[in-house]
Each structure stands twice: as C-alpha cells, then as structure tokens.
Write a protein that binds this ligand. Structure first.
Ligand code: AMP
Length: 486
C-alpha cells in the first residue's frame, strides 16, 4: 500500500512525501481510512508505531474539506482538540500537525502549563483550527473564559493510558463535559485497562477498533543488551560506553529526579555533555535541553520516565537504562525511543544485583530473555549483597515492600498480599496473548480488547492513581509484594 491510495488530499500527500515516508505504517494504513470515514476510533498503538500521523493526516484532510466556522467574535473557531499527557508530547504532536499541514490553510497551537498564560491568550485571539493541549492548562483557560470549545468537531485523546496513570481522569471528564456531545472522538492507548475501557465506553460511539503489534512487544529493530555491573560502578561504565562507542546521541533513563541530576553532573565532570530533564525543571529548561539534544548539540539527555514520555527523535541510536524501571511496561516505552518506524537502534541496560527482580519481570513481559554481556573490568563484585531499592516512600526488594514517611491515604504502601502473591495495582493491563485483529472491525466499545484476566497473579481491579495531578514526575512506587528469590 502507499499513501496515495488512502484518499488524502494532495497537499497532505506532498507534505508526507517531503518527510520521506514511503509506505504507511500498519496503524496508519488502518486508522487513516477509519478516521476519514468520520467514525470514532479506539486504537491500541504504542509510541513509535507512527500513530501521530495516523490521526493527524486524516484529521487535517477532514478539516481542510470544510469551511472553517467562526466563533461569536468572528474568529476562526477551534475544530480539533488533541489532549496529551505531557508537555513534551503536546509540543511534538503540534509540530507534526504543522509539518503535515504545511500546505494547508489551517492553523494550530500548542498549550501547556509551566509557561505564561498571556501569550496563549493572545494566540487564541488570533483564531486556531487545531489545538493540542495538556488537560490542566486547557481547563485553566476554560475557567478564565479565554477558550471556546463549542465548535470542536474532532477530539483526540492521545496516550490515554498514561493520562490515567498520571491522575488526569477528573480533568478528562471535565473536558468531556465542555466539548460538544456530537463530535468524532479518537482514543489512542498502548494498553487497555478496565479504566480505559470505561473511558472508551463513555467517550466513543460504535468505534472502529484497531490494534497494531502485540502490546508490550518490543520492536525487532532494537538490539537489546544487559550489562551486569556493580551498583557503585554504573556511572563509570556509562561514561566508558559513551566514550568507547563514540555515542553522540544517547537518552539515559533513571528512576528518580535526583538520580537524573546527579548522573548529568557526573557526566559533565567527565567532559561528556549532559542535561537532565524531569518535572522539577522549569519548562524553559526542559525545552532547551530537548532542543539541544534533538539538534545533536547535546550528546546525553538524562530523563525520568514521565519527562521522557513522547520524546520523539528520529532514529535515536542509543537508549540506556541506567536504572531499570520498576514498572515493566515502562521498559517497553523507554526502549521504544530507539529503532523507531523501522530504524535500527540499541537499548542497553546497566543492571545491578538489586534490580534482578525488575529484569525478570521485564523479560516475562516482553517474552524474551535479553542477552547479558559483562564488560571486562566491570564485573559485578563477587560478594555483593542485594540492597533494597527506595522509590519515594516505598522500599522494594530485600525484606519485601515497606512504606516509610507519611503516604497518601489509600495510596502506596499496601500490606503484603495473602500468600505472597504479586499484586501491582497501578498497572492493571498485563500482556495479552497475541490476537489476530486484521483490519478494522466495527463494534461497540464494550467489545474493546480485554486484558487477560487469566494472567497469573495480576490484579483485575482498576488502578488507583499513584500520581497525584501536578506531580507528574514523582516516582511511581510499584508495590512488589514477593520477596526476591536470590
Ligand atoms: P509516533 O508513533 O507517531 O511517535 O511516530 C514515530 C516515528 O515514526 C516518528 O519519528 C515519525 O516521524 C515516524 N513515521 C511516522 N510515519 C512514518 C512512515 N509512514 N514511514 C516512516 N516513518 C514514519
């Protein structure tokens, strides 16, 4: 199949050709006709599949075919609203809108918090066809009466699972109450928890269901490797890998914000240019770090999971898990930053003894074992004893899970499950067995993909929101209620 067979307007095809895309990715081949047909869509696709163009291209087509309505003041009215969980993703999606819509007479705007309101108010006054926003700031504008969403015809929830993880459900519900009931709604999510299904039920009307690639599968174009190493020598090993490999663009993940800062400082001391991005940094600092990293000026970007969400750098060659994530699905998201849309990439994990349990969970999730390669001179010390990993108020590992400090009521720090069974209430969507979902089927969202309740030991209850709204970069403690078997 090629793009010209999809029925997109010529100016859009021209912009796509300029991007050098030859064939639509599987999500695009299925989503574009479904969205062009005007119906709702429930799409299971993770980042790196080309999902952004999957909804942006047909959206641009539809908007370009109809005259722009005007609001009460005669300004171009907002006809398309795209909600994303993070500022970075919002900026990136809006950039895609501009890229693919460059030969159309449609205007777009990105809106997120952490920057001044007034420039956004001024921009809104000029009239906007397509608004890409994070939920909090969108609602701020609505409350102040600076935003009119009464003309929204197309509504997109991008990375809906991550939005729920981040505690945005109430904001989403508020937005749904503001936008018109009659509209085309598209929901994209990498996983399908009961909560996502409930949201889909509420939002979507007889949606087309599309799912590409088995969830939690890692792309074959990513070479994955584990370097077992002593806890104290990870920094040194990372510096050596960067130097010896002559790596010029490497995204490094840490679990916690202060760890990201310390690592960036260490690398800078070693003469390796690095910056950290996480939720405590100002938006200006985050944007600057990302821009320098994207342009190739900054060789190393150290990020926490939430801050890195949505970072899309074409053909990013190296991703390093300086620390493994305690949530196994985050591993898939992290390494999805490399080897995107067919490009080759390398994902390296520096794993110390304490993290073996995380590694086992990850390998179980991705259904493959990751090759281990000890770097000579960096062998794990023979007598090393496992130590617990502290995640915010949670301690994981040796001695089970314990809570310290005062947690939110009902939040983290649950008692051990009877019988020592594993129970991870934040992540209700365990991997489903591969399912044949060829093409597009039409069904009510009640028939949306089900997650595998038979998966051993997984909770079926919806996730409580470990992430209070606003604390986007807080650690997401994963109560792990079994003792690591060592
Ligand atoms: P996304 O999943 O939307 O974040 O897209 C992942 C990456 O794939 C982005 O860098 C896009 O520029 C790229 N991409 C999107 N569609 C195509 C395509 N049809 N062919 C090649 N690359 C693409």
């Amino acid at each position: 199949m090629n793009f010209s067979e999809l029925g997109l307007a010529e100016p859009i095809l021209r912009a796509v050709r300029e991007q050098g895309y030859e064939t639509p990715t599987p999500i695009q081949a299925q989503a574009i006709p479904a969205v062009l047909a005007g119906g709702d869509l429930l799409a299971g696709a993770q980042t790196g599949t080309g999902k952004t163009a999957g909804f942006t291209l047909p959206m641009l087509h539809r908007l370009s075919q109809a005259p722009a309505p005007r609001d009460a003041r005669g300004r171009i009215a907002i006809r398309a609203l795209i909600l994303t969980p993070t500022r970075e993703l919002a900026a990136q999606v809006e950039e895609s809108v501009r890229t693919y819509g460059k030969y159309l007479r449609l205007s777009s705007m990105v809106m997120f918090g952490g920057v001044g309101m007034q420039p956004q108010v001024d921009r809104l006054r000029q009239g906007v066809d397509i608004l890409v926003a994070t939920p909090g700031r969108l609602l701020d504008h609505h409350q102040q009466g600076t935003l009119d969403l009464r003309h929204v015809e197309i509504f997109v929830l991008d990375e809906a699972d991550r939005m729920l993880d981040m505690g945005f459900i109430h904001d989403i519900k508020k937005v749904l109450a503001i936008v018109p009931a009659r509209k085309q709604s598209l929901l994209f999510s990498a996983t399908f928890s009961d909560e996502i299904k409930a949201l889909a039920d509420r939002l979507l009307n007889r949606p087309a269901l599309i799912e590409v690639a088995r969830r939690n599968a890692t792309a074959d174009t990513i070479a994955q490797k584990v370097h077992p190493v002593g806890r104290e020598r990870k920094k040194e090993l990372l510096a050596k890998l960067i130097r010896d490999g002559d790596w010029h663009q490497v995204l490094v993940f840490t679990r916690m914000k202060h760890g990201a800062n310390r690592l960036a400082e260490y690398l800078n001391d070693q003469g390796i240019g690095a910056m950290a991005i996480h939720g405590n940094k100002s938006q200006g600092a985050r944007t600057k770090a990302l821009a320098e990293f994207k342009s190739g000026e900054l060789p190393v970007l150290v990020a926490t999971d939430i801050a890195a969400r949505g970072i899309d750098i074409e053909e990013l060659p190296h991703v390093v898990n300086f620390e493994l994530p305690n949530v196994p699905e985050d591993y898939v998201h992290r390494i999805g930053r490399t080897g995107r849309a067919g490009a080759q990439g390398e994902a390296v994990s520096l794993v110390c003894l304490d993290e073996e349990i995380f590694l086992r969970d990850i390998e179980r999730l991705i259904k493959r074992s990751i090759p281990r390669e000890v770097v000579p001179g960096f062998e794990p010390p023979p007598g090393e004893k496992p130590e617990p990993i502290v995640l915010g108020r949670m301690t994981i590992g040796v001695g089970g899970t314990q809570r310290h400090g005062s947690g939110r009521p009902g939040g983290s720090g649950r008692p051990a499950a009877p019988g020592g069974g594993r129970h991870d209430p934040r992540r209700p969507a365990p991997p489903r067995p591969a399912r044949d979902v060829p093409g597009v089927s039409h069904a009510h969202a009640a028939a949306a993909p089900r997650h595998d309740r038979a998966g051993a030991g997984h909770a079926t209850q919806p996730a409580p929101h470990a992430q209070p709204h606003g604390r986007r970069d807080a650690p997401r403690p994963g109560p792990r209620l079994t003792q690591p078997k060592r």
